[in-house]
Write a protein that binds this ligand. Sequence first.
Ligand SMILES: Nc1ncnc2c1ncn2[C@@H]1O[C@H](COP(=O)(O)OP(=O)(O)OP(=O)(O)O)[C@@H](O)[C@H]1O
Ligand SMILES: [Mg+2]
Length: 351
Amino acid sequence: MIFGGKGIIGLDIGSKHIKVVQLKELKTGYQLDRLGIMPIAPELIVDGSILDAPRVVEAIRKLIAETNIKVKDATISVAGHSSVIIKRISVQQMTEEELSESIKFEAEQYIPFDIEDVSLDFQILEQKQSEDHMDVLIVAVKKDKINEYVSVVRDAGLNPVVVDVDDFALENMYEVNYEIHENENVALVNIGAGTINMNILKGGVSVFTRDSSVGGNLISDALQREFAISYENAERLKYGEAVEGISQEDVSASLMSSCEDIVGEISRSFDFFRGTSRQGEDISEIILSGGCSLVKDFVSLLSDRIAVSVKIAEPFRNIQVPDSFDKGYLKKIGPIVAVATGLALRRIGDS
Ligand SMILES: Nc1ncnc2c1ncn2[C@@H]1O[C@H](COP(=O)(O)OP(=O)(O)OP(=O)(O)O)[C@@H](O)[C@H]1O
Ligand SMILES: [Mg+2]
């Protein structure tokens, strides 16, 4: 059903853009089949909560129709520190079967929510910690958050078959497109409107994840306050467009100062990672995605301040792109569809 079947779409429901990606599986890899981005009004999804479900449903329907997608099965994702917990824990050696029986009990102490309120998944990590213990990655997502997202997707006429988290979708996108360096730590950082997702991989294996509720909105809010303008005009300035009566220099100063705040947030997480990692490890590279990577001068500011080289994510680096797509456009918006591409790479039954 999967190979050569009708496939699955990756649907990333963000608070600024809803994105969809459909890939075709070829013998030699993947090919981009469909791609679409639909901006939504800022009041529809706030702090990761869907506040206006009917309008989100309408936006998804419109996106699917405009992108000419016929497939119904979708992988979606959730994110955010208040609804997703990802932790690496150590448990007694046991079989996967035994662990699936006892995982609730093992995980309970690490999860700040009632265990009955979360949907729990786990993965046994290969590296053995010691003879009698093993490392396990646990993922807990609040059930009401899953239900919120699943129900808008259903109402839009789609069939949500996998619910993933943004951090892992980024990892899937990375695995397909980049070579893994055994002894290096690579940070996947996705800066959207209302969240930053961070996933640090060591030799291709996730060793640290963190979601923060700071994002590009911080820049828009600051511009709005500073120049007493509407959200729409603040977004215009952020995209490098002119707004009457506001000088480019004033905008630059404000942009820089809020970009510094976003960089500070990432920097603190990296410090935390360095402090907790077993051998005081460092990060060799950042693969940056999310709309905020398009903010003027943000990339250079980030790499200067953190002193780590920053590459803008290229989700189609290793994915064939037919000539019918505008390559220049894809290069530009690539970072915005990094999560959606990772989601499109998921297959039913994957764990
Ligand atoms: N060309 C651009 N120039 C400047 N900023 C941009 C550009 N494109 C997008 N952005 C900014 O990027 C952010 C949106 O990015 P993205 O689409 O990745 O977020 P999202 O996934 O919808 O949000 P979230 O996942 O945080 O809810 C917004 O803050 C937007 O203003
Ligand atoms: Mg996002």
